[in-house]
Design a protein around this ligand. Structure first.
Ligand SMILES: Nc1ncnc2c1ncn2[C@@H]1O[C@H](COP(=O)(O)OP(=O)(O)OP(=O)(O)O)[C@@H](O)[C@H]1O
Length: 409
């Protein structure tokens, strides 16, 4: 039996149309019934989470992730459809709700742990561990009103993890705290995974989603875009394009000019998707002197130039790349939207450059996916791992990447 079943889930919010801000408006409007607008936050969402599975939920701001998690946690009622939960659920949502500002950290932990279902003795035994995990030893007897919001969430998270969850719902907790605390949260998540806890994990941190989640659900404007293998969803739908990618074809467009030497030699002519309203016509690599090539020194600058042809006026296109090792492990991905670069409107032929300040890879062959898509992740043109370049070592370190570091003795 799956741990969670979500069937035909819908959620609408009623948003009041007019706001009476003056006394006159309030008096004259008193007999007018208020009008509402209906906002569809979730539209026909269907999925199951299997026992011991970790499911990621991703999507841009406002796509409905938190609303979905709150309905699963029974904090919000659905407007339509239903959710079946077949195990004990522990939501790490709205962490710290119920904290009392005039009580100390230790006192708040006791109350909060009681709300989370822990026994008094268990709480007393674990109190020191909770405070230590939160890194708040010095603030044990400080009143909560003197805590920053980050400190409060750390305290709530540290308390909440002491419970014994079977299903864990986590909403963006990793955005809280410093690097060290985030690492502790990730370690806790790994531990839960090992113990077979079923996890639903909402995050903007795609690296963490990739590490922890077997499958991932992508939402957009309240709709379920795709649910599938995490790597596939992130590579193909976030960096690469979308599902309405039409039928995949393995051909290279007819009007594409002579294939570059890089394309020519690549053995695996991988997939290409998209309606090609904006077409990627070529990809070229340049070294620090502006020479085109396919072999680069490690730690040198490099530019990836993507040539396109927009067959009509297109607003807000997003260009993206994904880098892979020769073994096809995804190493890095980015796009113009993630880097807050607006292209506004494009038409006709042009190019965009991705400038790499220092190639961090030490040595080897690297594959590249290049894509152009809409902000809604519908692909115009997606070239999956169709390009490659080689990196030549310039240092004596070993491994895949140069990590900036120093020895101190
Ligand atoms: N109580 C509410 N009343 C009206 N609209 C709401 C309410 N809660 C959420 N919404 C709207 O529903 C949409 C989805 O919100 P939600 O918080 O679920 O998105 P999200 O994907 O979690 O976003 P983010 O990544 O920014 O947290 C948003 O447009 C939001 O404004």
């Amino acid at each position: 039996m799956p741990a969670i079943e979500v069937k035909h889930l819908n959620k609408t919010f009623r948003i009041p149309h007019e706001k009476r801000t003056t006394i006159f408006e309030a008096l004259t409007g008193v007999f007018k019934p208020p009008t509402y607008e209906t906002f569809h936050a979730l539209k026909d969402i269907n999925f199951t989470v299997e026992d011991e599975e970790a499911l990621g939920i991703i999507g841009v701001n406002g796509s409905g992730k938190s609303t979905l998690l709150k309905i699963i946690a029974n904090i919000l009622p659905p407007t339509g459809g239903n959710v079946n939960i077949n195990k004990k659920i522990t939501p790490f949502l709205e962490l710290g709700v119920g904290f009392q500002p005039d009580l100390t950290a230790a006192e708040n932990i006791k109350i909060y742990a009681t709300i989370m279902g822990m026994q008094r003795r268990e709480i007393n035994d674990k109190l020191d561990d909770i405070i230590e995990f939160a890194g708040l030893e010095k603030f044990r007897d400080t009143k909560l009103k003197n805590f920053s919001s980050g400190m409060q969430v750390r305290l709530a998270f540290s308390t909440a993890i002491q419970t014994d969850p079977e299903i864990l719902l986590m909403d963006e907790v990793l955005a809280v705290g410093d690097m060290e605390f985030q690492q502790k949260c990730l370690d806790t998540l790994s531990q839960y995974r090992k113990e077979g806890v079923t996890i639903v994990f909402v995050s903007h941190d795609l690296g963490a989603v990739r590490r922890f989640c077997d499958r991932t659900l992508l939402l957009n404007k309240g709709e379920q875009v795709v649910l599938g293998d995490t790597g596939e969803v992130i590579d193909r739908y976030v960096y690469g394009g979308g599902k309405e990618a039409s039928s995949p074809d393995n051909t290279v467009s007819e009007n594409e000019s002579e294939p570059s030497e890089i394309e020519e030699t690549i053995e695996d002519k991988a997939s290409r998707w998209g309606d090609r309203i904006v077409e990627i016509t070529d990809v070229e690599f340049y070294d620090k002197f502006g020479n085109r090539g396919s072999r680069f020194n490690s730690l040198d600058p490099m530019t990836i130039r993507i040539f396109y042809h927009a067959h009509k006026k297109v607003s807000d296109p997003v260009f993206g790349i994904s880098l892979y090792s020769e073994k096809r492990e995804n190493l890095f991905g980015t796009n113009t939207e993630l880097k807050n670069v607006e292209l506004y409107t494009i038409e006709g032929k042009g190019h965009v450059d991705l400038m790499i300040e220092k190639i961090p890879m030490i040595a080897g062959r690297f594959l590249l996916t290049v894509a152009v898509h809409t902000r809604d992740q519908k692909p115009y043109d997606w070239h999956d791992k169709q390009y490659f370049f080689d990196v030549i070592p310039t240092c004596r370190n070993v491994g895949l990447f140069e990590v900036p570091c120093k020895w101190k003795i």
